[in-house]
Design a binder for this molecule. Sequence first.
Ligand code: F6R
Length: 670
Amino acid sequence: MDSHGIPNFSKRSAPMTGTSTATPSRFEHVPVAVFPDSAQASRAVARDIAALIRSHPAGGRPAVLGLATGSTPLGLYAELVRMHREEGLSFANVVTFNLDEYYRVLPSNPRSYRHFMQAHLFDHVDIVPANTHVPDGTVALADVDAHCRAYEEKIHAAGGIDFQILGIGRTGHIGFNEPGSARRSRTRIVTLDSLTRRDASGDFGGEENTPRHAITMGVRTILEARQIVLLAWGQHKAEIVCEAVEGPVTPQITASFLQEHDHVRFVIDRAAAGALTRYRTPWLLGTLSDQGLTWDAAMVRRAVIWLSRLRKKAVLKLTDEDYNEAGLEDLIRIQGSAYDANLAGFYQLQHTITGWPGGRDPSKTRSGDAPARPLKAASAGVFPKRILVLSPHPDDDVIGMGGTLCRLVEHGHEVHVAYQVSGANAVSDDALTRTLRFVFDAGLADASTDTGLRELCALHDASGTLPESPVVARLKGIVRRQEALAAARVCGVPAERLHFLDLPFYRAATGKRRQLSGEDTAIVGELLGRIRPHLIFAAGDLDDPHGTHRLCLHALRDALARTAGEPWVRESELWLYRGAWSEWSADEIDMAVPLSPREVLRRRRAIFCHETQKDLALFLGDDRREFWQRSEDRSRRLAETYNALGLAEYEAIEAFKRYAPEEFLRDLPL
Ligand code: F6R
């Protein structure tokens, strides 16, 4: 404990219990505690906060907490509420200051941070309401500076922040101190980075409804806290955590300023730690066995790919010197020579490649044919297989794995495609009214039922927009359904094997937070139970700007959790593909399906069927390329990567990562 009665988190302190025992790395400029999962980490931090609160009994100076919002601290707040209810932890002598608030968002708005704090902490503990402070996002612009100064003064008057909780944004922000924020910055109004807005857009029902400004404590305000804990969970935070921990101190990543604080600790889960040197390239820290690690197959592949890229040489051309000079002498010692290490890595890579993504027909397999890698033994011999492709939106199947989809159909499997949401939100009003006008012009409309539709067109003529209504959403959904049907025809999937699930979570009105309910899970579960697929392909692309893919994957996880005991689930295999937003890295890929130039063109034709998503698609994000271009660039780049590693030169490759359902339930990077 230090002089304030605070558990000591100094840079020299011992690791928290339950954390990774890996040797702290010389690459890390700040103490990092790695927990197996976010629940354990949140409980450990809650215990420290409780100890701090208890060391400030009634009558004395209050414990002053700096609080964050967002998805990260949810488990922490739930644990504090539990401690209040079950262990008598009192907040009567606690004062809180929140980091930030969206500007021009009313406190009553469910997306406001004030509302968040009430819902997740304040309403459930005995804190005095007047002791809770959140910047006011409703003050007039002319009064913002005075409000910010007053906020700083209140922190000072309360005796300063004892314990500051932080999350980290993918821009590296703490609070809303976006790239470029100065170390000396104070509480102020800021403009949010486009990546931050994209990440928040799921809550606000689309980027266009997401606030552009916020009021945030400054970097200096944060660094004045006596003790700071930054929390981060999930693979999507791994890169930025690594930059903040291992990179230089820079205003471009404001979390890196924490390196200059004496009582700071990053408390992260294993997924968020994935890019740290101690996990990504642990050989740079010395012998693996000294770190409690082994040269298993995955580690060998990772090292060999890393070395090949570093030396810009094909894997089979790497020499003993390459290994030695790059710090991989341990690997050649274990493998015997560079030659053996090269082969070990090379064969693994080669075995990811298959032209038979659903396995071969055993009756047509000749002796001497390559085995049906990389499918799992349980399903490898089954032919044809029942295969379910889950496509969050109506076009993700063809964008992410159109070539493989065609292949699976051609090989004679029973391929089903389920479109999880209607995709209506991404159809422009222009696109819908154009279709309606076609119907009227062609004399196809039925006068007894179309009156409302003609009115819609008139409304669009007058105002250029359509009202948000269930009718408009239904019609837009039908437009996308027709596009999906057309694309499926290109891929050879018969209409009776297409399933339009129209999950209810997606139907939340614009600006309303989308949340999964039991109804969504039940719909996905019912389909799984009906098809009992041997193989499931799902979008593992969590970077989409509207958060839909994440929720769709959640729905699959929850549905699988419910059916986990059924025999077909144990036999099944799950493959995650990436959509328009990012690609697997070469060392994560378990199956690589090469495409011929003809197949690339066929996939392009299928993507073109999604006409409403061309040119003016509503959700292109920062990247202005159309979806077919992204799909082609991505799969060509991966083919080049494989080629540079020394594998055959293909036109394009679609890649997949395998999860056994039980692993998926445990490790899903959400
Ligand atoms: C929230 C805040 C932000 C978040 C960060 C991570 O009060 O200041 O810095 O901590 O954006 O957000 P999540 O936790 O939602 O990933």
